[in-house]
Design a protein around this ligand. Structure first.
Ligand SMILES: Nc1ncnc2c1ncn2[C@@H]1O[C@H](COP(=O)(O)OP(=O)(O)OP(=O)(O)O)[C@@H](O)[C@H]1O
Length: 661
């Protein structure tokens, strides 16, 4: 790329949060309600860009290889003049999309469709393009990533797991290479030099987790100040400190599965910890667990299942003091002993094997409840991990100390240009605007959706539910229809597998395994006669191709056996059927025994609605479960707000002591 003009990009660029008054913020939050829907004018502009791209098709297809290269070169020179991505005009975008589309047609055999051009246009305008599952988001990203990279800005294409990062990068590399752009991949297990080399490429495909942690490590090198200013001030370009940096700043992020990355993952803070000096005091852990066994609910403590929290009552505090104070040591401090008691109660009551964690090779490994995947490198803090290890009879792991911490919310807000794609973002549009100032724009589908949604079936009891599911699966299987059964947790998928095995129905079970294997199994789920069980999130982002003759049988049949805490995850599961205008069926077979009903802690709603359920049956049961799901969504949104608040507060406090990031 030495032939092109030097891009005028900043060293380690990132956006500084604008200082706004509370009133300004409130006005902006309010205005956001109207930002998602495109105005008629915006719509006209978007359609005009699509039209202009299509109009160039003849001219561009007529170019020979040399002439197309020259067109790419001219485009690059033109795009590099823009001081900001947002300054690119519609005419420039239309030309860029036209050229990238032609290159994609020649080197990949796929020309972007009108709706994909719309999605890319929305992203170049700093929006989140909501495109239904199966609409080809991977290809859509090439228009935006290619254009942004040709303008000289480092682009990060962010996705949810290693498998997808690698797969998407490899799939699209022919297009980028033909545009003269280099592509890097950042996934887990890579060394710092490999990462640095990948981030030095024009376009880097990476997972949100690796990216955010690499940034966090860079911040530890750079310290607190505005990094760009600091680099300039200290004249560090080329000096040793920049050599330690991994990224080149936060210029452009294109986030795939954006609701999962920006909203769901945002519930967990990013923490870099290291093995701390000294072992965990095994005696204290054992004492805490013994103490917890002596406490009784509701006298001593209350369990808040929905918020996953335990609180001690006045009597409980007193009891803890009585039992623990004589033990001496850490037990003498009131705050400490109450915290230990709460943690020990949580370890026993809120964290369950095969739900929140697995025990593998004598180690407690956390399960990501959203994806059902195991996260071997994560640990619960404040002694909780060790208490669970104690409970399971495992060897206690090392004590860990936090050395840096931040949230995804804070991280992604720092991008100069943030945009994304998702099949399901509308339900969290308010939050995406409030947190990231990212409006959601709905893009129409390429072909009309043919998926049939059957009404939910809700039984009173779990056993009845599984009987119905097994019967339905058998009926479909006998006709040769492929069936995909979605469960919420690993444990539930195993239960489902046991049921089907008992019923003599051959199936493939997919949970918490490797992403690559998962994707392979999910992608085969559309073959005639296949039965597949998967946790709701497994295989997200993988295409399910229908086998020969399967469309005539009604396409893939998806059965949801449990509602997830968020409607979006259910919608993702439904979207596995009827992709790209193909035929497909979706139905939910649920029960009032499902864990979602735990939200109804004391069973009040259940008791109140019992006569109604008797009189009106299924409808009331259906509404009851929906109400619980809304409640779960509200609680989780509250937890994310709380995390953001505490993150902001901590930044303010730590900024004084110079420890944050
Ligand atoms: N313009 C196109 N021409 C031909 N085939 C296309 C085009 N765009 C996408 N496809 C094909 O459509 C299929 C679905 O694409 P992809 O998996 O990217 O969808 P998606 O929107 O990411 O789905 P999900 O929301 O489930 O992640 C792929 O097989 C892809 O090759």
């Amino acid at each position: 790329m030495s032939d092109a003009a030097q891009p005028r990009i900043e060293l380690y660029a990132e956006r500084q949060a604008p200082k706004r008054s509370a009133l300004d913020k409130a006005v902006l939050d309010f205005a956001g309600r109207f930002r998602g829907a495109l105005s008629r004018g915006d719509m006209r502009r978007m359609n005009r860009v699509v039209q202009r791209v299509m109009e160039q098709e003849g001219e561009l297809q007529g170019l020979d290889a040399g002439a197309l290269d020259a067109a790419v070169h001219a485009l690059r020179l033109d795009l590099r003049r823009a001081p900001e991505l947002s300054a690119l005009t519609d005419t420039q975008l239309a030309r860029a999309f036209g050229v990238v589309r032609e290159v994609s047609g020649r080197f990949k055999g796929q020309r972007h469709r009108g709706v994909q051009i719309m999605g890319a246009f929305a992203m170049m305008r700093g929006r989140l393009a909501e495109m239904s599952t199966g609409e080809g988001k991977t290809l859509t990203a090439t228009l935006a990533a290619g254009t942004a990279a040709l303008s000289g800005r480092p682009v990060h294409v962010v996705t949810v797991n290693d498998y997808l990062a690698r797969r998407d990068a490899e799939l699209m590399t022919p297009v980028y290479r033909a545009l003269g752009l280099s592509v890097g991949i950042v996934i887990s297990g890579q060394k710092p030099e490999e990462r640095r080399a990948a981030y030095a490429c024009d376009i880097t495909y990476c997972t949100n987790k690796e990216l955010a942690f690499d940034y966090l490590r860079d911040r530890m090198v750079l310290g607190q100040q505005d990094s760009n200013v600091r680099l300039k001030l200290e004249g560090l370009a080329g000096a040793s400190r920049t050599r330690d940096l991994r990224l080149r700043g936060l210029h452009v992020a294109i986030v795939d599965e954006a609701d999962s990355v920006l909203v769901d993952e945002a519930r967990t803070p990013l923490v870099i910890s290291e093995n701390a000096d000294g072992d965990v005091d095994a005696a204290v852990i054992a004492q805490a667990m013994e103490l917890a066994a002596k406490l009784e609910t509701p006298r001593d403590y209350l369990v808040h299942i929905d918020e996953r929290r335990i609180s001690l009552t006045q009597a409980g505090n007193e009891r803890v003091r009585e039992v623990a104070e004589p033990l001496g040591g850490v037990w003498r401090g009131t705050v400490m002993r109450e915290e230990l008691a709460r943690q020990a109660l949580s370890a026993g009551l809120l964290f369950h094997r095969d739900h929140q964690y697995l025990v593998r090779e004598g180690k407690v490994q956390i399960i990501d409840e959203g994806t059902g995947r195991v996260m071997p490198d994560r640990f619960w803090g404040d002694g909780l991990h060790q208490m669970i290890e104690h409970k399971e009879g495992c060897k206690l792991s090392h004590r860990r100390a936090t050395i840096a911490r931040m949230t995804y919310q804070r991280f992604f807000r720092r991008y100069r240009h943030l945009c994304g794609m998702s099949g399901t973002a509308r339900q969290v549009a308010g939050e995406l605007w409030q947190v990231y100032r990212l409006p959601v724009t709905r893009i129409p589908t390429h072909r009309p959706i043919q998926r049939v949604h059957r009404p939910d079936l809700v039984t009173e009891r779990g056993e009845e539910k599984w009987r119905l599911i097994t019967a339905r699966v058998r009926e479909l299987h006998e006709r040769g229809c492929p069936v995909l059964i979605g469960t919420r947790t690993v444990a539930a998928s195993e239960e489902a597998s046991a049921m089907l095995t008992a019923a003599g129905l051959p199936h493939r079970l997919l949970n918490a395994a490797q992403d690559g294997q998962e994707a392979a199994i999910v992608s085969e789920a559309g073959q005639r006669g296949h039965i597949t069980i998967a946790t709701s999130m497994a295989g997200r982002g993988t295409d399910i191709e229908l086998g020969p003759g399967v469309e005539d049988l009604g396409g893939l049949h998806v059965i949801m056996s449990e509602r997830h805490d968020a409607r979006r995850v259910d919608d993702q599961l439904a979207g596995r059927a009827g992709r790209q205008g193909q035929k497909g069926h979706f139905e939910a077979i649920l029960s009032l025994d499902d864990p979602l009903m735990e939200m109804d802690r004391a069973g009040v709603l259940r008791a109140v609605t019992l006569p109604l359920r008797k009189a009106h049956g299924p409808l009331v049961r259906r509404l009851l479960l929906k109400a619980m799901q809304r409640r779960a969504e509200r609680i989780h949104a509250g937890m994310r707000r709380q995390l953001m608040k505490s993150d902001e507060m901590q930044t303010r406090i730590l900024a004084f002591s110079g420890q944050s990031e």
